[in-house]
Design a protein around this ligand. Sequence first.
Ligand SMILES: [Zn+2]
Length: 81
Amino acid sequence: MTLIGVKMKCAICRNGHTQPGYTTVVLEKNEVTLVFKRVPAQICDNCGEEYVSAAINNTLLQRAQEEFNKGVMLEMLNFAA
Ligand SMILES: [Zn+2]
């Protein structure tokens, strides 16, 4: 997963172009694992590399911190919900 802001040519394979889609992001901290489903991302149509914007990443980290504070061990979350 690479952070990026705009639709663009893929930086990994330098061949494909990114398309809007969804990805799954897993965040781990100590013993806690959070799985975010349906995270908006730009996905390379050639190699499948996923790019998540800085804004989405910030939201992810904020929501993750809330979950970490709840003391969960493993949580599946729907980002789009
Ligand atoms: Zn690519």
